[in-house]
Design a protein around this ligand. Structure first.
Ligand SMILES: [Ca+2]
Length: 368
């Protein structure tokens, strides 16, 4: 995990601070305060001295751009990282953020970006093949790859198919950037396989022994390519354990405020009542405040929510008064909380950073 600033494609980006300059900026109290003052003033569009979620939005988008993430809404993995950046600022609550809090979190994020050090919840990894080599030469290699081999179910599969599948099963912890990224597949894995495909074992039936031998050879080629062309990966891990919901439910004032805000966006019928079919929409609106991912972002979570919706007969087609609707929504949150406390859902996101410290970010342009 080397500093982000030594990444391969950051060479010709004069407009943007590099890692050591970021460190300097943050370490210089006077300079950083004036940097934060300017940023805060720009962001605080209604001039109430606090940043609302809406006002934080450009800052979060900027941080994403500075990390080299694709714009919000283009991939679930990067969206997870965006919502975690926002969570860093708000600590999952819907309260506005003061300048002091903004400064603390911003310096934390900037230092993390500059150092490329492991920090919670976003880690910037520079993958240069070293970790991969370490893995394939470790005592964990054989047992883990034997397990992978027996899990891969490709009756007609060639050795090539097996090896590609096996790469897909490796994690960033094992030194492999995510092969779900098309660039990793086309520029790292495929060329590496081509350069070692001349092996005579390639077309033979796949045995475990041949697989172990050939996969290691392929991984060595991948490690070599990574050494020549390191890949930067933004990695984050998040566990949904219901604690944010518990926090929200335990604060009646906050809960009421959240529910009322959400209900403003839920369509009503002519009499002002709320159709139960909109409970799902309402929950999605409360989700960020309850520390939940948006619907459709996480299969396991969607399944859990579906079960809970069934429990409260959300699909019976009835319309209810506002109070009843809020009561149902609170019940749903409580049920989701209990489920998550019993069996938390963990998600790991990896997003390849193609353009680190991109010019499109104004966050890191030096203060004038
Ligand atoms: Ca404001």
């Amino acid at each position: 995990m080397d500093p982000l600033s030594s990444s391969p494609s950051s060479s010709s980006k004069p407009q943007v601070l590099d890692g050591s300059e970021i460190m300097e900026l943050v370490a210089n109290n006077h300079l950083f305060s004036s940097f934060v003052d300017h940023k805060f003033q720009d962001l605080d569009t209604d001039k109430d001295g606090k940043l609302s979620l809406q006002e934080l939005h450009p800052a979060v988008a900027d941080i994403g751009a500075a990390l080299g993430l694709p714009p919000q809404g283009t991939s679930l993995d990067s969206d997870n990282i965006y919502s975690q950046v926002l969570n860093e600022f708000t600590h999952g609550s819907r309260d506005k953020v003061s300048k002091t809090e903004f400064k603390e979190v911003l310096s934390d994020i900037l230092l993390g970006m500059a150092a490329g050090l492991k920090r919670d919840p976003i880690v910037i990894l520079r993958m240069d093949g070293e970790d991969l080599l370490e893995f394939i030469n470790s005592s964990a290699y054989e047992p883990e790859m034997i397990a992978t081999f027996s899990e891969i179910n490709l009756p007609e599969g060639s050795l090539h198919d097996y090896i590609v599948k096996a790469f897909e099963n490796l994690t960033v912890e094992q030194g492999m950037p995510p092969p779900s990224d098309s660039w990793v597949m086309s520029d790292i894995i495929e060329p590496a396989l081509e350069s070692c495909a001349a092996g005579e074992n390639w077309d033979k039936p796949v045995s475990q022994e041949i697989f172990l031998f050939e996969f290691k050879r392929a991984a060595e080629h991948v490690a070599q390519r990574l050494k020549e062309q390191p890949v930067i990966v933004a990695h984050s891990e998040n566990t949904f354990d219901g604690s944010s919901i518990r926090r929200l439910l335990s604060n009646k004032f906050e809960l009421d405020k959240s529910l009322n805000t959400a209900l403003q966006s839920v369509p009503r019928d002519k009499t002002g009542k709320l159709p139960k079919e909109h409970l799902q929409l309402a929950l999605d609106l409360v989700a960020p405040l309850a520390g939940l991912p948006p619907l459709g972002a996480l299969d396991e979570m969607d399944k859990l929510l579906l079960d809970v919706f069934k429990m409260v007969d959300a699909d019976d087609g009835k319309v209810v008064k506002e109070d009843e609707f809020k009561k149902l929504l609170t019940e749903i949150l409580g049920a989701v909380m209990l489920q998550l406390e019993g069996s938390p859902i963990s998600v790991s996101s990896n997003s390849v950073v193609h353009e680190p410290l991109a010019c499109s970010s104004t966050l890191l342009t030096p203060p004038s």
